[in-house]
Design a protein around this ligand. Structure first.
Ligand code: HEM
Length: 211
């Protein structure tokens, strides 16, 4: 299984040891999640258009399914991919200790000082295997948003069978708003995540062993 690795910059080129940034399983699950998320977002926008919560509709060209029925089929098909993949990710993240090692601790002081450093272009990038506090907070935050969007989705999908869950969200209507807001947070996260991924590789590529 391939892994994303960087060289140890303090070692000589001959002895440089690869440091794994992302193990193979993280990369595979990440890309499956990306596909599932895009399908869920685009079909979700089509579902929204059938009965908008706000005073706007999404352009048909960025939606999936063609009409409400088609969009619901896409949404429920991709849901299985998202849920099975997500459960494997959460299980492995917990069992291997990756979440604890990579995402904890998160301190308010650390987040504020790293955010300040990032805004003044002083954030150190010398060890790409370690997340800074802003990354830790955003990654942990988006995992929680991912869990909430699945739970709110389940609560509006099966409001009779899972009425305790729907009640936990304050009822069907509020669960719908929660579901939509989580989608908006995921889309905002994706925009920043993709923009940074496009900017970073220039420096990262030079450090990846053998390239
Ligand atoms: C297990 C996961 C999920 C389930 C079971 C689920 C289920 C549902 C259901 C039943 C609806 C229709 C609500 C209605 O009839 O008004 C819906 C709407 C929607 N879903 Fe999901 N969903 C899930 C995950 C996601 C994800 C991951 C996204 C996007 C990141 C998403 C985005 C949307 C959007 C934008 C809508 C339209 C909101 C509205 O107008 O009510 N869903 N979802």
């Amino acid at each position: 299984m391939s892994s994303l690795a960087v060289s140890d910059e303090h070692a000589s080129p001959a002895t440089a040891k690869a440091k794994v940034i992302q193990p193979g399983w993280v990369r595979i699950l990440h890309w499956i999640n990306a596909v599932a998320m895009i399908l869920m977002i685009m079909s979700g926008w089509q579902i929204y258009n059938a009965s908008p919560l706000f005073d706007f509709r999404f352009a048909i060209s960025i939606t999936l399914g063609g009409w409400l029925g088609g969009a619901l089929l896409w949404h429920f098909a991709a849901m299985w991919l998202l849920m099975v993949n997500g459960l494997i990710y959460l299980t492995l993240g917990l069992v291997t200790g990756r979440f604890r090692k990579k995402l904890l601790p998160i301190t308010p002081g650390g987040v504020i000082s790293d955010a300040r450093a990032a805004l003044t272009f002083k954030l150190a990038h010398d060890d790409l295997t370690k997340y800074n506090y802003v990354q830790k907070m955003l990654y942990a935050g988006i995992i929680i948003v991912g869990i909430v969007i699945v739970l709110s989705g389940l609560s509006i999908w099966k409001p009779v069978q899972l009425q305790w869950l729907t009640a936990l969200f304050g009822g069907y209507e509020i669960a719908r708003y929660v579901h939509f807001i989580c989608m908006a947070l995921i889309v905002a996260f994706l925009a920043v995540h993709v923009a940074l991924a496009l900017l970073v590789p220039k420096s990262l590529r030079a450090m990846i062993i053998g390239r």
